[in-house]
Ligand binder design. Sequence first.
Ligand code: NAP
Length: 305
Amino acid sequence: MSVIYDRVALIGLGLIAGSMAHAMRRGKLAGEIVGTSRSAETRETAREIGFCDRVVDTAEEAVADADLTVLAIPVGAMGSVARKIGPRLKHGATVTDVGSVKRHVIEQVAPFMPKHVNFIPGHPLAGTEHSGPRSGFAALFENRWCLLVPDEATDCEALGRLRTLWEAMGANVDEMDAEHHDLVLAVTSHAPHLIAYTMVGVADDLKRVTDTEVVNYSAAGFRDFTRIAASDPTMWRDVFLANRSATLEILGRFTEELFALQRAIRTGDGDRLFDYFTRTRAIRRGIIEAGQDTGAPDFGRADTN
Ligand code: NAP
C-alpha cells in the first residue's frame, strides 16, 4: 500500500491514536506521523515507544502542514482543541475525530473549522478497557467497523481518501448520519456500559456477599461486566454527558423490559423467560456469524474455571 497522507497529526496519544500510528506504520500509510498529547508524561512515553516520527509539545505545532489531523481525545475536550488548531490548519487539509459520540462532537468542533478544511467526523468501533499510550496495537481495527459521518457538503475526494486509510488499517467502513450513529451506539455500547458499571457497583455495595466471594466466583457472568466496567472513567463520563438523549431513551426501554422480566420471575412465567432468552440467543449467533466475536466457549478464554 502506498502513502495515503504525506503528514498525519495525531492530537491525543492514547489507545486509539497509538493504535492508528502502529497500523499506519505497519502499512506505510503516512509519510510522517506527528503526535502530541496534553501531558508531558504521555508525550515522553510516546517518544520512548517511538510510534510517531515526531512528538511535539502543542496541538498548534502538530497540525502545521498536516494533510490529516485526527482528534483522538475525550469528546468533552474536542471543542477547546478545535478552537486552538482551527487557524493553523493547512488549506485543503482533512480533520477527523474518533469520538464515541457524533452529534455533540460536530456541534463542538465544526464552528472552529475554516471553510478551506474538510471536517469528516468518524468513529472506529474498536477498543479495549485499557487506555494510554502503551495500550495501542496495530491490529486493533482489523475486521472492526469504522463509521464515517459526512454531510452534503463533504468533498468526495477527501471522504474517499479517509475511507481508504481506515480500510488500509484493516477496518470495514460505513457511512451514517450523526443522529442515527448516536442512537445505534446508545444500544450497542453506551447503555451496556452503564449497565455493567451499575452491576459492578451493586456487587460492591452488597454487604451480604463478601469481596472475596465476588472475586473468586466471578466466572459465573460477573467477570465480563467487570471488564467493561474497568473502562476509562473520563472517556465514559464524557460519552454519557454528550449522548444524553439517546442513552436515556434506550435506558427507558431497558427499564421497561427489566420490569417485565422481573414480573415474569415473580409470577413464575417460565414460558416468557424461555421465549425471551431464545430470542436473545439468536442475536449472539448473528454477531458470531458476522465475525464480530468468537463462538468458542467462554469467549475463547484458555482458562475456563
Ligand atoms: P485514552 O487512551 O485515555 O487517551 C486519551 C488521550 O486524550 C490522551 O492523549 C490524553 O492526554 C488526552 N486527553 C485527555 N483529556 C484531555 C483534555 N481534557 N484535553 C486534551 N487532551 C486530553 O483514550 P482513547 O481510548 O484513545 O479515546 C480517545 C477517543 O476515542 C475518545 O473520544 C473516545 O470516545 C474514542 N474511542 C474510544 C474507544 C475505546 O474503547 N477506548 C473506542 C472508540 C473510540 P494525556 O494522557 O496527555 O493526559
